[in-house]
Design a protein around this ligand. Structure first.
Ligand code: C2E
Ligand code: MG
Ligand code: MG
Length: 976
């Protein structure tokens, strides 16, 4: 077994038996060497000849088989040795046949048969045999065809036959009858032996290098042949055992030659064929798997257009119905529309062309299907066309995408064209320098392209917009966002035009803008129309002055300005005294003319900051601002301006050459705070105007100065109060509520305002005002929070832990939809005990919406909060209300307590209230108790709780606890 090549069981078996035969041959030869000479068939020459012919015939037949095989070897397997085998073995076959025929005792073949003659042909056979083996070992390639070498072999054989037949005498003697083989013959045989063995060794070495069976067989043939030659070196008579026996070596050797030839000529090619067939099958399998799995339809047609192959994908495209299409004609299978397209192309492909085409059709579901088909001629191994291969791929997805792309390109180019045709387009770099503009841009701006490119949009800046507009614009676009807006630009000739502008940034890979594209639409026409509409909506058509709407708007601004700057403004309402007369006597046209002239004079006499408007008819309004910060100066100022205007308007008018005299009455009202209502101001101005008219016309009249002063002071107070809340100027005082023993039961929280100039302001001076505005909400909340915080603090002081705190609630507070949650939240946040909190309501608050009131009170009652009805008796309280509401206490108003001793009505009222309360199960607190006599009376009537200066005035908390501490008697603090 070769060390180079891996283990191969078949080869190992082969080597085993070949070597075994070689070993047997060696053993037999050694055995022969020790045998004494044995003569066979003495006296029976015929038998010996028959055996000899049989033996030789075997090798002749084998040689002929070798020749026949070599002649039929395929080119691939026999190209290198076929000629050698043909030539060598035809000579060997011939020589061995003639050798057998010319054996001593055989009939004469042209000349007498003899051993010498037979030996000549024997040696020729062996020499050519060796010659062939050498050529085989050398893998010599004899040129020409085997048939030529057959002819050459026959020629050689004929030549040898002629030599052996006719010139035998001239050749060296090889056999002497009676003596045996000559030394020459023996020498030649030894030489042949050595030659064969050498070739055997050579071939065996080749086998070791490349374990081809034929090398092994040929090596074995040479080896056995070489050994056999030794048997022919020493026989005495042809019938010697050794001579005949040695023929068996030749038979064995020829057996190996046959095997080698068989391997070369048949076995190897056959194995190759089997192998390639297997590979082919594997490839076909792979191909079939591939074709089955690819999403492309593949089919083959023969020249008669019958299916030879169809892959599953194409089967599916045919509708999946034609599973047995192979062998059938395309006309029977293929959809007509496809057939119609395909037929002419198949003809082209069958003519040898490769054809490609695209087609589309609508399938059964109505879907448009796009396909690409390719037809190639189907060639057989000889290169002849034997059909056509058709490959169909579904390109729908690609085609649809392509069409969409085309469509979007078309749209984009249409968009581009539309943009160019209708929009004003400019492209700038990241710094805003113009890099491209379209024709529309040039035409609207009146600049040429070369004037624009390289510049920024500053070139067309109109100055109409503030700096902040452009700062905002740049901020947005440099962040990569789109900016939209209306801009006013200036053309080269100085005219203004309006554009609706969209600026889009083109972002680079880092997200920073690389370029900006500005697309503008000319909206100058629309803008002018808008301005005109605005003018018409806000201006008086006759005089062009602002109308009532615009005047109201300006008045609002003026009020806000006055409040902000704390400078008075004034509203002057003007009315022509005898306009109706002018209209009636001179006609409307003259009247209109007069109004226009009045408007002109008003405009001429005004400052820039003032506004003049026409309310309608002959009514005009003047709005003066910035008249000074004190009422007197402002009044004087407004009066002066008004007087001047009145005088100016009283000058005669020239209407178409005629002089007309008319006078004007003016009503003036001043304003300072921003809670001044424009309509209210107009009403006041109207009142002033009325009094001017009433006083004889052609004069100026102020809105009642006292009233004006009060309004002003009210406004100032509100402003101060607002500031006061912000500056934390509110204070909460507490007034005790005591029992008949003067023990403190609780307190009422009463707010004060610590004004920086006016000192401590009592609640009645600012609470009613705060109630008229939203200010009561923050005040009420502050009181509630402060009182609850106080309750929470007292919880830790044993003397005060049980005190209740009553908080006054105003109507606006109570009506707040959030009232309940505000109170609850305040209680929760402060940590106060809700049961000690009392809310004081007044009668007027309870009538609004009984259900809502009930809901709110009940909600808070559930938390433990109690309710007192304050100032009871002063308002209108229905008894049914009192019954329905979850009240706990009634507070008898101070006015009844004041005169309870002197006025029998009041004492009756007090008694009635106390009786009523008893029946309704309510507690009563008498307010405003100032004297012991009052106290005694109240006690005698059954009143149990009291509040008044008799016990304590409302005091700050520190003083309250101080008072209580100094008057503590027993467990509960008392006041006396
Ligand atoms: P009210 O709720 O009826 O409070 C009682 C008022 O009578 C208090 O006046 C108190 O000082 C006064 N008073 C008590 N005893 C006597 C007395 O013996 N003689 C005299 N002459 N007066 C007495 P104050 O503190 O000026 O409060 C007046 C009103 O202002 C209160 O009447 C209440 O309606 C309102 N008010 C006070 N604080 C608040 C508050 O925080 N919120 C709301 N919404 N209103 C409040
Ligand atoms: Mg009260
Ligand atoms: Mg009261």
């Amino acid at each position: 077994m070769s060390v180079i090549h891996p283990f191969h069981p078949e080869r190992a078996r082969r080597e085993q038996w070949v070597l075994s035969i070689c070993a047997v041959a060696v053993v037999l030869l050694v055995g022969l060497a020790f045998l004494p000479p044995i003569t066979l068939y003495s006296g029976h020459v015929g038998h010996m000849l028959a055996v000899h012919i049989m033996l030789e015939l075997f090798s002749t037949i084998v040689s002929l088989l070798v020749v026949i095989m070599a002649l039929n070897m395929t080119q691939r397997s026999g190209d290198d040795i076929a000629n050698t085998l043909v030539y060598g073995f035809i000579v060997v076959a011939g020589a061995d046949l003639i050798h057998a025929l010319t054996y001593d005792g055989m009939p004469a073949l042209l000349t007498e048969s003899s051993t010498q003659k037979a030996i000549f042909f024997w040696l020729i056979g062996r020499c050519f045999g060796l010659f062939a083996m050498v050529l085989l070992a050398a893998r010599a390639r004899l040129p020409g065809s085997p048939w030529m070498w057959l002819a050459l072999g026959l020629l050689t054989m004929t030549t040898m036959f002629l030599i052996g037949t006719f010139v035998l005498d001239q050749l060296p003697v090889t056999f002497v009858p009676g003596i045996g083989v000559t030394p020459f013959k023996a020498f030649v045989e030894y030489g042949l032996c050595a030659g064969y063995l050498a070739v055997a060794a050579w071939l065996f070495l080749q086998y070791r290098m490349d374990p081809e069976a034929r090398s092994l067989y040929l090596a074995a043939a040479c080896f056995i042949m070489g050994l056999g030659e030794l048997g022919f070196t020493s026989y005495v008579a042809p019938s010697d055992f050794i001579n005949l026996f040695s023929h068996l070596f030749k038979i064995a050797a020829f057996g190996f030659v046959y095997l080698a030839t068989f391997f070369i000529g048949w076995r190897e090619p056959y194995q190759l064929l089997v192998q390639s067939e297997r590979q082919l099958r594997d490839r076909e399998f792979e191909l079939d798997t591939l074709l089955s799995n690819i999403p492309v339809g593949v089919f083959r047609l023969d020249c008669e257009l019958r299916y030879r192959y169809i892959n599953p994908a194409h089967e599916v495209s045919l509708g999946g119905r034609h599973t047995l299409v192979v062998g059938r004609h395309i006309d029977d299978i293929m959809p007509v529309q496809f057939l119609h397209l395909l037929r002419p192309r198949i003809i082209e492909a069958l003519a040898g062309s490769r054809v490609e085409f695209d087609y589309d059709y609508t399938d059964e579901k109505g879907t448009e299907i796009y396909c690409a088909a390719m037809l190639v001629p189907d060639l057989n191994v000889d290169g002849n066309i034997e059909g056509v291969v058709i490959i169909v791929s579904d390109t729908t997805v690609r085609e649809v995408a392509r069409r969409q792309l085309l469509e979007s390109w078309r749209e984009v180019s249409e968009l581009n064209a539309a943009l160019d045709a209708h929009a004003i387009v400019a492209v700038t770099d990241a710094r805003g320098v113009i890099t491209r503009v379209n024709d529309k841009f040039c035409s609207i701006s009146q600049y040429s392209r070369s004037e624009l490119i390289g510049k920024t949009h500053r070139l067309i800046k109109s100055g109409h917009h503030s700096k902040s507009v452009f700062e905002g614009l740049w901020k947005k676009i440099s962040r990569g966002e789109v900016w939209n807006g209306e801009l006013c630009n200036r053309a080269k000739d100085g005219s203004l035009y309006w554009v609706y502008t969209t600026i889009m940034p083109f972002l680079g890979p880092d997200g920073a803008p690389l370029q900006y594209i500005a697309i503008r639409a000319d909206i100058t026409g629309r803008k002018h129309a808008e301005q005109e509409a605005q003018r018409l909506a806000f201006h008086d058509e006759l005089t062009g002055l602002p109308n009532r709407r615009l005047m109201r708007d300006r008045l609002k601004h003026a009020i806000a300005f006055a409040a902000r700057e704390l400078r008075y403004g004034a509203l002057l309402l003007l009315d022509l005294d005898n306009f109706k007369e002018v209209n009636d006597t001179r006609g409307h046209a003259q009247g209109d003319e007069l109004l226009r002239e009045v408007s002109n004079r008003l405009l001429r006499g005004l400052r820039q900051s003032d506004t003049v408007a026409r309310l309608g008819g002959d009514e005009f309004v003047l709005l003066l601002s910035d008249l000074g910060s004190d009422l007197e100066t402002a009044s004087v100022h407004a009066g002066d301006i008004g007087e001047k205007i009145r005088e100016n308007l009283a000058r005669p008018y020239d209407l178409n050459g005629e002089a007309i005299n008319t006078s004007t009455s003016i009503g003036v009202v001043l304003f300072l705070m921003d809670d001044s209502d424009p309509d209210e101001l107009l009403k006041q101005a109207d009142m002033a105007l009325y009094s001017a008219k009433a006083a004889g016309r052609n004069r100026l009249s102020f809105f009642d100065p006292a009233l004006q002063a009060e309004i002003t002071s009210r406004a100032l107070m509100l402003r101060d109060l607002r500031l006061g809340i912000e500056r934390d100027e509110l204070r909460l005082f507490y007034q005790p509520i005591v029992n008949s023993q003067h023990c403190v039961l609780g307190v009422e929280a009463l707010v004060r305002w610590q004004h920086p100039e006016h000192g401590l302001v009592p609640p009645l001076s600012f609470i009613p005002l705060a109630e008229q505005t939203q200010l009561i909400q923050p005040i009420g909340l502050w009181v509630l929070q402060t009182a609850c915080a106080q309750l929470a603090r007292w919880a830790f002081q044993p003397d005060c832990a049980q005190w209740t705190v009553a908080v006054n609630v105003s109507e606006r507070q109570f009506n707040d939809p959030e009232f309940v949650s505000i109170v609850e939240r305040t209680i929760d946040q402060s940590g106060a005990d809700a049961r000690l909190l009392r809310l004081e309501l007044t009668e007027s608050m309870l009538h609004d919406d009984l259900n809502k009131t009930l809901y709110k009170m009940n909600a808070l009652r559930r938390r433990g909060v109690e309710f007192s009805l304050d100032d009871f008796g002063t308002g209108y309280s229905s008894l049914s209300y009192l019954k329905k509401l979850p009240l706990n206490h009634l507070k008898i108003d101070k006015s009844f307590v004041d005169d309870v001793l002197s006025d029998p009505n009041d004492s009756a009222i007090v008694r009635t209230i106390l009786a009523l309360a008893r029946n309704l199960d309510l507690n009563v607190i008498a307010e405003g108790v100032e004297t012991d006599a009052q106290m005694d009376f109240l006690v005698s009537c059954g009143c149990a709780a009291f509040q008044g200066y008799l016990f304590s005035r409302p005091v700050p908390v520190e003083q309250l606890t101080l008072n209580c501490a100094s008057n503590t008697a027993g467990a509960s603090p008392s006041l006396s």
